[in-house]
Design a protein around this ligand. Structure first.
Ligand code: PRP
Ligand code: URA
Length: 208
C-alpha cells in the first residue's frame, strides 16, 4: 500500500478536536488550517534542494535552496480549500489549481463542475488536497483528470480516510502516494466515514 499515516501527536490531538460534534465552525476551520501546515511539512519532506552561494552579514556561504520548478497544490472543491489555505501559509510560492467535484448523494459518484490548473503542471510536483477520502470516487476522478491534463508526479493529502477508499485509490493510482492523519473504521451506507468528523465542507464553512 502506498500510504503514509502522519501520526504526529499535534496532528492527532487537533484531529480529535475536529471530530468532536461540539467544535464550532471557526475553531474547526482554524484546526484544519493548522493540521494542513503540519501535513504540508510532511508531504514536502523529500523536495529536492541545491546549494546556492549567498552572503550572510559575515561571509559568503553555500546554502541550500529548493531546486527547480516549485510545487502546485490542487484543491478538490470545495472542502479542499480548507486544507489549501494552511498549505499556502507554509508554502506561499506554490501555484494553485482547482478541480470542482461534488459527490452525487445517491450514486456516490463524483460529478465534475470546474477545472483550472497551471499550464506547466507537467513540470511541477502536484499535491492534491481534500480533507476526506471516503469511497475515493472524488480523489480517483480528480487524479485521473489531472493525469489526463498532463500532471506527472502527484501526491494526495487528506485528513481522514476510510479503508475502502484507501484500497480503491491504491488500485486506481498505485503511483500516487497517499498522506493522511488517520484511517478510520469503515464507511456507513451513505458513504460517510465512521467514526469520522461528519461532512468536512459543511463543518469548514458552516453550511449545515
Ligand atoms: C466530500 C469531500 C470529498 C468527498 C469524499 O466532498 O470533501 O471531496 O466528499 O468522498 P468520496 O471519497 O466518497 O468521493 P463533497 O462531495 O461533500 O463536496 P464539498 O466539498 O463541496 O462539500
Ligand atoms: N465526505 C465528507 O465530508 N465526510 C465523509 O465522512 C465522507 C465524505
Amino acid at each position: 500500500m502506498n500510504i503514509n499515516i502522519v501520526d504526529h501527536p499535534l496532528i492527532q490531538h487537533k484531529l480529535t478536536l475536529m471530530r468532536r460534534v461540539d467544535t464550532p465552525t471557526a475553531h474547526f476551520r482554524q484546526l484544519v488550517n493548522e493540521v494542513a501546515m503540519l501535513l504540508g511539512y510532511e508531504v514536502t519532506r523529500d523536495l529536492p534542494i541545491i546549494m546556492s552561494e549567498i552572503e550572510t552579514p559575515l561571509e559568503t556561504m553555500q546554502a541550500p535552496v529548493l531546486k527547480g520548478k516549485k510545487l502546485c497544490f490542487v484543491s478538490i472543491l470545495r472542502a479542499g480549500n480548507g486544507l489549501l489555505d494552511g498549505m499556502l501559509s507554509l508554502i506561499p510560492f506554490a501555484r494553485v489549481g482547482h478541480v470542482g467535484l461534488y459527490r452525487d448523494p445517491k450514486t456516490l459518484q463524483a460529478v465534475e463542475y470546474y477545472y483550472k490548473v497551471p499550464v506547466d503542471i507537467d513540470q511541477r510536483l502536484t499535491v492534491v488536497v481534500d480533507p476526506m477520502l471516503a469511497t475515493a470516487n472524488s480523489a480517483i476522478a480528480a487524479v485521473q483528470r489531472l493525469k489526463d491534463g498532463g500532471a506527472k508526479r502527484m501526491k494526495f493529502v487528506c485528513l481522514l480516510a476510510a479503508p475502502e477508499g484507501v484500497a480503491a485509490f491504491n488500485t486506481a493510482h498505485p503511483d500516487v502516494p497517499l498522506f493522511t492523519a488517520a484511517v478510520d473504521r469503515e464507511l456507513n451506507d451513505h458513504g460517510y466515514i465512521l467514526p469520522g468528523l461528519g461532512d468536512a465542507g459543511d463543518r469548514i464553512y458552516g453550511t449545515q
